[in-house]
Design a protein around this ligand. Structure first.
Ligand SMILES: NC(=O)c1ccc[n+]([C@@H]2O[C@H](COP(=O)([O-])OP(=O)(O)OC[C@H]3O[C@@H](n4cnc5c(N)ncnc54)[C@H](O)[C@@H]3O)[C@@H](O)[C@H]2O)c1
Length: 203
């Protein structure tokens, strides 16, 4: 999602400067959506996550406003955009469901884009929406795999941004585990204790 308005190789529209972007779920993937929105020049970057320490890191990496409660985030976006609502809502929660999808769709304004990155349960139809508002607002829903990247172009560019200090990766590692601590790592992941836990056997 990092970029100017035109994505090389795809001709596709990406985030533009001055936009309002809302990210639902700032775990390992969503925190990078926050960084991408910052690099793209978003004016307001609103992060929503029930876990406070993840929001604290999101603020350090570019979120301008953070909320543990989606209804409060919605009220803020209505107020701060004078009812025009967000340009982009990005869904990066751990498990996608219809509630988050409706929050994301309802927070986007005219011709707003809803980006679906998070996976849902296979047997849960997590896109259940009234069609009328979708039509009236001319909203779009975009599924995204691996950031919708063109690896030949984007990976060198992301590495350049990392080397320039524009995107932070080391800061995302909450804890390192040895291989024999892997179960502890999974438990910490499930308990919401890590932004990113990594297994590095340094001995
Ligand atoms: N499309 C792709 O290419 C791709 C690639 C990798 C991961 N994923 C998917 O992206 C999602 C996120 O992955 P991750 O590794 O960042 O997971 P994660 O567990 O690190 O982060 C998920 C975050 O969502 C938050 N959250 C949970 N419920 C929420 C809610 N209702 N509202 C707001 N926040 C909520 C959690 O507190 C957590 O911080 C997963 O569904 C994963 O399967 C997709």
């Amino acid at each position: 999602m990092i970029g100017a308005t035109e994505h090389p190789g795809s001709g596709e529209k990406r985030s533009a400067a001055g936009e309002t972007v809302v990210v639902y779920g700032v775990g390992g993937v969503g925190i990078n959506a926050v960084q991408g929105a910052r690099c793209a020049g978003a004016a307001r970057i609103v992060a929503v996550d029930p876990v406070r320490f993840k929001l604290d890191l999101a603020e350090q990496l570019g979120a301008t406003h953070t909320f543990t409660d989606a209804a409060e985030a919605h009220a803020f976006v209505v107020e701060s955009t004078w009812g025009r609502l967000a340009d982009v809502a990005i869904c990066t929660v751990g498990v996608m469901d219809a509630e988050v999808m409706n929050q994301a769709v309802n927070i986007t304004g005219k011709r707003g884009r809803v980006v679906l990155t998070a996976m849902g349960k296979a047997d849960d139809p997590h896109i259940v929406l009234p069609g009328g508002p979708l039509l009236i607002f001319q909203r779009r829903i975009q599924g995204v795999l691996c950031g919708n990247t063109n690896p030949l172009y984007d990976i060198p560019r992301l590495l350049r941004l990392y080397r320039m200090g524009e995107i932070k990766l080391d800061e995302l590692i909450t804890r390192r585990y040895r291989l024999d601590q892997i179960n502890e790592g999974y438990q910490d992941l499930l308990d919401g204790k890590n932004m990113r836990g990594v297994i590095i056997d340094e001995d």
